[in-house]
Design a protein around this ligand. Structure first.
Ligand code: NAG
Ligand code: NAG
Ligand code: NAG
Length: 178
């Protein structure tokens, strides 16, 4: 008797659970704005905490895409970067490797980022659900303390190293930070 009741409860739970898992993800994805795109040196997106003044590392699971312009194709529901946040940027295309990269300086005050925020790394695993249109991988490091950022979008995952998150932009991606 006991067994058949718990079996009935278990199968009811399974039915309920499966209807929940089938219903939820589509809406969450459409609302998330976690798809970035790098079109060229003026039209691109990076990931930032969803809230003004948010900590880079603490926001790694839910950071969202912010672009240089509204409604960039390939970045649905992305937000627009605060004016002046990108202080300088240097765009590199490596066509033999199949990656593009942007490195440069940020003005952390334009989004309230903290001078003592040592920053962190965003990639396909965090923010959860993030994507880079047209590429198979990306890696971004943002360092509010040094006011620099770097992002690379890669066809080959090996060109977007995600295992050196504490090394910082200059060691992980190199590039121009003037
Ligand atoms: C970037 O691409 C957009 C179209 O997607 C174009 O209007 C703009 O001129 C391009 N900018 C550069 C610097 O190539
Ligand atoms: C592309 O990357 C390869 C390997 O790192 C490098 O040897 C080459 O100089 C790069 N090309 C450009 C245009 O940056
Ligand atoms: C990161 O991974 C690459 C490729 O697998 C490897 O060569 C490198 O030593 C790793 N670096 C660290 C710091 O784990």
């Amino acid at each position: 008797m006991k067994t058949s009741i718990s079996l009935a409860i278990a199968s009811l739970a399974t039915v309920l659970l499966s209807s929940v898992t089938h219903a939820a993800p589509i809406e969450a994805e459409a609302a998330s704005g976690q798809t970035a795109v790098i079109i060229n040196e003026t039209d691109y997106c990076i990931f930032l905490p969803p809230k003004y003044g948010g900590d880079i590392a603490e926001s790694e699971d839910f950071a969202v895409a912010f672009c240089t312009k509204p409604n960039l194709p390939g970045a649905p529901n992305a937000r627009v970067l605060p004016d002046g946040f990108i202080a300088s940027s240097h765009y590199v295309v490596n066509s033999s490797k199949g990656y593009v990269q942007i490195t440069g300086r940020i003005d952390r005050s334009k989004y309230g980022l903290k001078a003592n925020d040592g920053g962190g790394q965003y990639d396909l695993r965090a923010p959860v659900g993030s994507k880079m249109t047209g590429y198979n991988a990306f890696v971004q490091l943002t360092e509010p303390d040094d006011e620099i950022f770097c992002i690379r979008a890669c066809k080959n995952k090996a060109d977007c190293p995600v295992n050196k998150s504490t090394y910082g932009c200059k060691k992980v991606l190199g590039g121009d930070y003037s």
